[in-house]
Write a new protein. Structure first.
Length: 272
């Protein structure tokens, strides 16, 4: 039997109608479910409300700032944060119900969850970043805070954090086409962070970055053991590492491209 715990499940969305119900329903023990939507044009908000979530709108601020904003809107100080394409397994539901009450009574700041990746319709078996990737997703909002990065944000906190054994699942990108759109968006956001810091554009590094990133993922992180799916995910990661450097160089060489790219991404339904 599921007993509610005084925590808030937070999910940030935009056009996630196909996924949001599964995500929300996978956390039956959350006393509150909050969906922070940045402008869906599909049925995301209506579906979220039908599955027990309180919804509110916030224009996109970037991943880190959006998460921090969401934390201020929660009714409970303890927060479980998932993406719409993530969901808990039955084993993790059971483990969290057993272990979270003690953590919530302590002065701890966070807990680490393990994420398993579903890629091209099947779970990855060997590729290290996709099998048991450790992620801080449960935390106390007064003891932890997300970095302000527009993308590749991380949860900052002090002290040790317990790690859960059972995984949650990430049903990553229904197709490679959608993955490439996300690569374009993430690169744009990362380049804007680099612009803010006035990072030098070192284009000479780009071919070496591509080669080293591919070798790291395909060989050292055991992508080759997952067959052609391992090749695809390694090649995509290496291409992203190279592309964002080329795009940053273009931003500095041709500043008007910043606005034209942002407009193109917006027309594609992405928030740069």
């Amino acid at each position: 039997m599921t007993h509610p715990l005084p925590l808030t499940l937070v999910v940030m969305t935009r056009n996630e109608a196909a996924k949001i119900a599964r995500c929300l329903d996978s956390v039956p023990f959350a006393a509150e479910k909050l969906v922070v939507d940045s402008g869906s044009t599909d049925d995301t908000v209506a579906i979220a409300q039908a599955h027990g979530a309180r919804t509110l709108h916030q224009d996109w601020l970037g991943f880190g700032p959006q998460r921090n904003f969401a934390a201020t809107q929660c009714s409970h100080p303890w927060i479980l944060m998932l993406d719409a394409d993530e969901y808990l397994t039955p084993a993790l539901i059971e483990e969290l119900q057993l272990r979270l009450p003690a953590l919530m009574q302590s002065d701890g700041a966070a807990a680490i969850l393990r994420r398993h990746l579903i890629y091209m319709g099947r779970p990855m078996r060997w590729y290290r970043p996709a099998v048991g990737e450790k992620m801080a997703r449960f935390y106390h909002r007064e003891r932890a805070r997300w970095s302000d990065a527009r993308v590749h944000e991380s949860l900052k906190f002090q002290g040790a954090a317990p790690t859960m054994k059972a995984p949650f699942l990430h049903d990553n990108n229904p197709s490679l086409a959608e993955k490439q759109l996300k690569v374009l968006l993430y690169a744009e956001l990362k380049c804007r962070d680099w612009l803010d810091k006035d990072k030098p554009a070192r284009m000479w590094q780009t071919p070496f970055v591509f080669a080293l990133a591919f070798i790291k993922d395909y060989l050292l992180r055991l992508g080759f053991l997952d067959g052609w799916r391992g090749y695809a995910i390694s090649q995509t990661a290496a291409s992203y590492a190279a592309y964002k450097r080329m795009r940053y160089y273009e931003m500095r060489q041709n500043p008007p491209s910043r606005d034209t790219a942002a407009n193109a991404l917006t027309r594609a339904g992405l928030d740069p």
